[in-house]
Design a protein around this ligand. Structure first.
Ligand code: GDP
Length: 369
């Protein structure tokens, strides 16, 4: 008589007939010891598989294939780089499927933040960028904030459908999915490891109990984000990991701020006023006279002005310059995608020029805080 096998990860009865049902294991995997079901395998190996990325064309093609499904789409964006991590035209590609906008990394904002106001800001910003959503959830994947609400919204919106998770690289997608897997699964404790044949690196399906799945898609690499242009080793300077300590500078006209050697902010014209910099505290900010700025950059980039250090600086595209006029009485942020933003506090208006490596996106917006 045939022996009944059980998964050594979760204990479920194994079967080889239906990949959509619990306990599925492909025949080849039975040769491996210990034997675990596909679900356990994917949960166990999620971290090793989740680094796939796509360029723009392939990414849009992938989104197009979501358009042929009936699913719920979770679009995860980085609060720290909202405009830079939003997928432009998402809805056009994914058809009529509902979108839940998940805004990650809220732990970077001060504890005293008015979250209702922030929620409204996100709503307005999403609308201005042409994104229609079924809901907005503010979370911190890293600090496990906002997950109760996220799970509730997902269950409400999902209506028995698959969940596709889409986003740009470095927005925290894998951190979030790791948490979702934990919350959606009843698995406890250590799973046993086994190598598993026939796993695709493109779409990672994490089976749910009702036969549907959470499907993780490769992240899109947006070259307009500084995070994707800097050397991998410099990411730890650029990506903040602690709540931001805003740095306030009182500047006269014709003064310049350097953010390492990654970007430059010239206050060209206007009354003396304050500018607040929201970026990783690991970035050294250097103030100088506008007249000296070119020379300082030529002579000290990669040294006094870093990151990046001198051995990595030539990998960055050369600076291009964007003039920004901030109107009188407006509350304006100038976002440098992937680096952070500068809040212009002045009532008087200001003429500014921002220098960033060619291709990096600049966004001028109503202040986030
Ligand atoms: P993915 O490329 O979208 O899968 O992003 P990862 O999950 O690998 O995260 C990218 C970076 O963002 C890592 O350095 C994470 O530690 C960090 N990160 C992810 N989630 C959060 C969060 O909620 N808050 C903060 N501060 N950092 C986060």
């Amino acid at each position: 008589e045939e022996e009944i096998l059980h998964c050594e990860g979760c204990g479920v009865k194994l079967q080889m007939e239906d990949p959509l049902k619990l306990g599925y294991v492909p025949e080849q995997a039975l040769q491996k010891i210990p034997v675990i079901c596909q679900r356990c395998f994917r949960i166990k190996h999620y971290n090793e598989m989740s680094s796939a990325t796509l360029n723009q064309d392939d990414f849009l093609r992938m989104l197009g294939s979501i358009g042929h499904t009936k699913s719920l789409v979770i679009h995860i964006v980085d609060l720290f780089d909202f405009e830079g991590s939003l997928i432009g035209g998402l809805q056009r590609f994914i058809g009529n499927n509902p979108v839940l906008l998940v805004v990650n990394k809220i732990d970077l904002l001060p504890k005293v933040t008015n979250w209702n106001k922030l929620h409204n800001w996100v709503q307005k910003q999403a609308k201005e960028n042409g994104l229609k959503t079924e809901g907005i959830v503010l979370v911190s994947a890293k600090k496990n904030i906002g997950f109760d609400r996220l799970l509730r919204m997902v269950e409400e919106q999902r209506k028995g459908r698959d969940i596709y998770v889409v986003g740009a690289t470095n927005v925290g997608k894998s951190t979030l999915i790791n948490n979702l897997i934990r919350d959606f699964s009843d698995l406890e404790g250590e799973l046993t490891t086994s190598s598993y044949p026939g796993t695709t690196l493109d779409l990672i399906k994490i089976p749910l109990d009702d036969g549907k799945s959470i499907i993780d898609t490769p992240g899109i690499v947006y070259k307009h984000r500084l995070t994707e242009l800097v050397d991998k080793a410099d990411l730890r300077y650029v990506l903040p990991d602690k709540p931001l300590k805003p740095m306030v500078y009182q500047l006269n006209e014709k003064q310049t701020l350097f953010f390492g050697a990654l970007a430059r902010f010239d206050f060209v014209k206007g009354e003396r006023q304050s500018f607040t910099c929201y970026m990783s505290n690991a970035i050294a900010i250097h103030r100088t006279k506008l007249d000296n700025a070119d020379k300082l950059y030529e002579e000290h980039r990669g040294e006094l002005l870093q990151p990046p250090s001198s051995d990595k600086i030539d990998a960055l595209p050369p600076f291009t310059r964007y003039p920004v006029r901030v109107a009188k009485g407006s509350r304006t942020d100038i976002l440098i995608s992937g680096l952070g933003w500068i809040k212009v506090n002045g009532e008087a208006g200001a003429d500014i020029e921002v220098h960033v490596p060619k291709g990096v996106k600049i966004a001028v917006r109503t202040s986030l805080i």
